[in-house]
Design a protein around this ligand. Structure first.
Ligand code: PMP
Length: 362
């Protein structure tokens, strides 16, 4: 510990959910349904996989400008390549942005609970995470605004939020963004944007209209790129030009970049993935209601489901039955599980397991 920065010594390691191999080792079951990391149950975009087949010349450094890809990502929003910052997943983009933006003593306003990366990475740069509790599972935008001080550098809105899957109201967000002082960076993490229903906040529109705004997007979720790693930010060109200076060179691999370009043309996979998710919601929500278990309205590809007893007990019971979820106890959401919406078969197995959990079930 004497060798590392005091802030680093204080950090807890990032703990992803139980992996299937850990679950197998623990319970000896052959098949596990992994509903713990909000991955795409349909796999990866077939167009991306096909593009990866014809990749050669991995000994050559990637063209790190990624101009064509950035242009392609910007175009649907009326933006230019200069409005796009690329990264090795959106986690990497956050690290790059924080490196460029934060100085010791800065305050970063976040919801609580929210995606743990934000408070953790803020701490890494000796900034203070100011945590504002959710209200009824949703970002309390009024309270977040009230938490802004002269030291506030950044306000982070995760929409839909992880772990609750909830989205903020579009009108409320509009008022919030207008009231936020111009000097405060507004960061909107829309990792699950493609799953959101019509009438949701269009983060990219703010990136185009409010200078100190950064929208985070990823291909990990809807395009099935969790392991390929590609994420990006949309924002003001002048601001991103500075941020670009601290980006790790060649951080986005050529496989990731080539696959991303191909996947962006895969409208069929996008449509199938959204349709599978909608069908999952239509199956699961009435079933949760019959079981007497509350779930927040999801705007994403996962649900935050209330359970009886502790979340960790419910999580262990489901794991023993071959279903891997995440305990809300580990996510600042006691009494609930975070569960990815799966294929129809996976959802049916989940419901079977939940019926065995919920004694008051009808
Ligand atoms: N933001 C949110 C809200 C997430 O839930 C996740 C996935 N855990 C990420 C970002 C991370 O995405 P990536 O794989 O692009 O780093």
């Amino acid at each position: 510990a004497a060798l590392v920065r005091p802030q680093v010594a204080k950090l807890k390691p990032y703990t992803p959910g139980t992996t299937v191999s850990q679950a197998k080792a623990k319970y000896g079951l052959e098949h596990f349904v992994k509903l713990s990391s909000n991955e795409n149950p349909l796999g990866t975009s077939p167009r991306a996989l096909a593009a990866l087949q014809s990749l050669g010349e991995l000994q050559i450094y990637v063209d790190d400008d990624h101009h064509e890809l950035r242009e392609r990502l910007a175009a649907p929003h009326g933006l230019q390549a200069a409005n796009v910052l690329v990264g090795h997943g959106s986690n990497d983009v956050v690290r790059t942005l924080f490196t460029a933006l934060l100085v010791p003593g800065d305050e970063v306003v976040v919801a609580d609970p929210t995606f743990s990366l934000f408070p953790k990475d803020a701490m890494l740069f000796d900034a203070t995470a100011v945590k504002v509790p959710l209200r009824d599972g949703v970002h309390d935008l009024d309270a977040m605004l009230a938490a802004v001080t002269p030291k506030t550098k950044l306000v982070v809105v995760v929409d839909p939020n992880n772990p609750t899957a909830t989205a903020v109201d579009r009108g409320a967000f509009e008022r919030f963004a207008r009231a936020l002082p111009e000097r405060v960076v507004l960061m909107i993490d829309q990792a699950y944007r493609e799953y959101m229903p019509a009438g949701s906040v269009e983060g990219a529109a703010y990136a185009a209209s409010r200078p100190a705004t950064i929208v985070l997007r990823t291909m990990s979720k809807i395009y099935g790129f969790a392991s390929l790693r590609f994420g990006y930010a949309l924002g003001d060109a002048a601001l991103l030009a500075y941020v670009e200076r601290v980006r790790v060179p060649f951080g986005v691999s050529r496989p990731a970049a080539v696959a991303a370009l191909a996947a962006l043309d895969d409208d069929d996979f996008l449509r199938r993935s959204v349709a599978n998710n909608e069908a999952g919601k239509a199956l699961l929500y009435p079933a949760f209601e019959r079981l007497g278990l509350h779930a927040y309205t999801t705007a994403a590809n996962f649900v935050a489901l209330e359970v009886r007893g502790t979340a960790t007990e419910a999580y262990e019971t489901l794991l023993a039955r071959g279903i891997v979820t995440r305990s809300g106890d580990a996510l600042g959401m006691p009494g609930r599980l975070r569960i990815t919406i799966g294929t129809p078969e996976e959802n049916a197995l989940l419901l079977d397991a939940l019926r065995s959990l919920a004694p008051a079930a009808a």
